[in-house]
Design a protein around this ligand. Structure first.
Ligand SMILES: [Zn+2]
Length: 417
């Protein structure tokens, strides 16, 4: 049975087996790519970014920038671009109708069938996608770093990535993910987007969304799951290290705060753009492809600084809701209420003056102190694992440092062919 993804198109993996590929790549010009583009090659060829079949051409980019849609009309919010300098275009002989071989870490990764080489106004792109053209916005900064020529065309992966430990069990591409959901008997699955180690506020965000997604289904049967889908990509200093994020999210299941019957952890390779509302729309497409029926959106989803209002993402989603096949589950902040003696949500109990919010700073200082916090704030198993990850993977810190950026275990490698 065809697996239908975002935009109503069947999800097809664009992957060629190495035997067949070996002869196809003979004689192609080889272009080394950086990790952002390698992440996107994986996203495209495995169907995470369906209906995209390659890097975008000008018609798609223009339509995404101006109308938040692909040229074929499907809702899409963030341009997926391949950039080269004019010198590189010439050096590699990149031109419409030619194929080139993209390499990563010195090894063949994907065949890129070039359809078009074009220019695009980066400032206009930033203004539309990020709502600002300020270079200090991380998404704009990334856009300005693109070289001056963009190349559109289809991709075929010729060499599968080797996902390194401890990430390997969590790489579950769309077709495999949909199989897993069927095996589990889940009729609905709600996505939890994360770049965090979970405190109990996050845990209750998931639990609340699980109840919401259940709605009218018979609650005595295990029909609804929560999928934690961690975004793994470029890191900024001070972020949690990736190993801690993925392993502690799964620890919530292993330690029984959830179970196999309702919780699964996975990852998607993507360098965050911090596009707030536009990134929320992108997340809807991505998680539709992963087979999810529901998606939780909290406060300031995928935002940064003060660029977006707390509920802008919810409002933008509402404008295209009829065209999306994923149902948004909206939530406000979860926090600790000493009066109730438990976790509560904004808009729920009325002890506003007593509420203790899970601010990033408070959580950070708890983790940095290394003194086990109350289990109502941080689960002891999660906390212990954060400390273990700091030792094992973080060079003594659970947060990204220069040393980590330099020496960390790569999440994936492209092996020799
Ligand atoms: Zn209360």
């Amino acid at each position: 049975m065809a697996e239908i993804g975002h935009g109503g198109k069947e999800i097809v993996e664009r992957i060629m087996e190495p035997k067949e590929a070996a002869s196809k790549i003979q004689g192609l010009a080889q272009i080394p790519i950086r990790s952002q583009l390698a992440n996107e090659v994986i996203g495209i060829t495995y169907g995470f970014f369906s209906p995209l079949e390659g890097f975008m051409g000008k018609a798609d980019v223009d339509s995404v920038v101006k109308n938040m849609r692909l040229a074929n009309g499907a809702v899409w919010s963030i341009p997926i671009l391949f950039d080269l300098s004019a010198e590189e275009v010439e050096k590699y002989g990149v031109a419409a109708g030619k194929s080139v071989l993209l390499t990563f870490g010195g090894n063949p990764m994907a065949i890129f069938e070039v359809e078009e080489v074009f220019d695009y106004d980066k400032k206009a792109m930033c203004q539309s996608v990020y709502g600002t053209d300020e270079a200090k916005h991380p998404g704009c900064a990334r856009t300005y770093e693109y070289k001056d020529k963009f190349v559109g065309g289809k991709l075929t992966l010729v060499n599968r990535p080797k996902i390194n430990a401890p990430y390997d069990p969590y790489f579950i591409p769309p077709l495999e993910m949909r199989k897993r959901f069927k095996e589990k008997g889940w009729e609905r699955v709600v996505a939890h987007q994360t770049r965090n180690v979970p405190h109990t506020g996050h845990e209750w965000l998931m639990k609340g969304a699980w109840f919401q997604a259940y709605a009218e289904l018979p609650i005595e049967k295990p029909l609804v799951g929560v999928l934690v889908n961690a975004i793994i990509g470029a890191k900024r200093k001070g972020d949690y290290i990736d190993e801690a994020i993925i392993l502690t999210q799964d620890e919530l299941r292993k330690s029984g705060y959830f179970g196999d019957h309702n919780h699964l952890t996975s990852l998607t390779f993507w360098d965050m753009r911090y596009a707030g509302p536009k990134e929320a729309i992108f997340h809807a497409a991505l998680r539709t492809n992963l087979g999810l029926s529901h998606h939780m959106y909290g406060r300031d989803h995928a935002g940064v600084g003060t660029y977006y209002g707390a509920y802008d993402a919810h409002h933008l989603l509402a404008t295209v809701q009829k065209e999306l096949s994923i149902v948004p589950v909206y939530s406000m902040n979860w926090l600790y209420c000493p009066h109730c003696g438990e976790i509560t949500s904004e808009g729920l109990c009325d002890h506003k003056k007593e509420w203790q919010k899970f601010s990033g700073t408070v959580i950070r200082s708890i983790v940095q102190d290394g003194v086990k916090p109350p289990r109502l704030i941080f689960r002891p198993e999660v906390f212990d694992l954060v400390m273990e990850c700091a030792d094992k993977y973080g060079f003594g810190s659970p947060f990204v440092t220069d040393e980590y950026l330099e020496k960390r275990i790569p999440v994936f490698e492209i092996p020799p062919m």
